[in-house]
Design a protein around this ligand. Sequence first.
Ligand SMILES: C[S@@+](CC[C@H](N)C(=O)[O-])C[C@H]1O[C@@H](n2cnc3c(N)ncnc32)[C@H](O)[C@@H]1O
Ligand code: SF4
Length: 362
Amino acid sequence: MVSSGPPESPHVPSVNYHVWQACNMRCRFCFATFQGVRKNVLPAGHLDRPDAMRIVRALARAGFTKINFAGGEPFLCPWLVDLVVYAKKLGMVTSVVTNGSYFDRSVASDLLKHLDWLVLSVDSLHPATAIRIGRVKAHKPISKRQYLAICERVHAAGVNLKINTVVTSANYGEDFRDFIIRARPRRWKIMQMLPLQGPDSRCAEDLIVDRDGFNHFVAKNRRVRKNGIVVVPETSSDMVGSYAMIDPAGRFYDNVSGQYKYSQPILDVGVRAAFSEVDVSAARFLARDGLYDFWGGWKWRRVGSWAQLRGYLRNRWRPSAVSSATPLTTAATAEPVWLQARISRRTDVLESGQATAVISST
Ligand SMILES: C[S@@+](CC[C@H](N)C(=O)[O-])C[C@H]1O[C@@H](n2cnc3c(N)ncnc32)[C@H](O)[C@@H]1O
Ligand code: SF4
């Protein structure tokens, strides 16, 4: 079993809120259909606007600092922009992951005015493969030209772009390099398809790809790193127990057993009690590179003093001292593990030529 952190701390800084169950696509590998949730728990497929706002507020108050809105297709949620604006107002870094098929709607322009990260899912640039996967809108795949046009709009709006690609048996031989270099994402996450069992699964067993197939895709495409693009390969086992996730009914869930286990609703029991009911490991979150510079700060700013260093920290974590260098550790301390890691990463930067400073907690 994957161990969870103490219930008094969320222990991971970012959370995926699957705000909307419905989707216009039918990707056959999809692990976020929530069809069982809709059938058995939430016939509407979503909370109403005030309750969704309450969830966002509760997450911010509990210490989550980044929120990624997902679905289903989040662009279908009429109050998506309101949720993003509210999360930003509460100090969170905001992100939306989308299949890109509603970029012609006004919601896209509205969102891009407020968002920190736009994550675009692209699984194939070949129409026949996209059709086989089910990543199609009204039977039509999105073309490479259309994807590139979306990426340009995201760049023009000054929003960070990330691309997600799920590797399956259908696309593991595909060459994405030209597309990725032209799309210029800051991050490209390459995920091995994670199979799911149970009522929320679509069970596309023919799309499962083994580790060799996944590694083949990564080896073929990772050279885009030379163009300054951060490539983040994630195996299906990396994805297990390493994400804080909330379903459309406002419950945390985990995927540790191969099918979803849900907490009680956050609005009934609060974030911490609900989070303590699922298995999410901070160490696994760090191991899959969940902690990156989503604040947009540390890569570009020189951090030379404790005062400056402290300026990057949210007040609520109150680290107590600066000491000499210590290695990245996941040992239990009074501080959340992710905070140590964040600082340790900064230390890596500092040690590589500027200074040495590490936060230690008491
Ligand atoms: C569930 S989708 C929701 C947002 C939106 N509908 C989209 O496709 O981008 C969020 C991300 O999960 C990925 N995903 C879905 N099923 C997956 C699976 N079985 N294994 C790995 N990633 C998956 C999608 O490709 C997408 O990048
Ligand atoms: S577009 Fe996203 S939510 Fe919809 S089926 Fe595909 S992966 Fe699932």
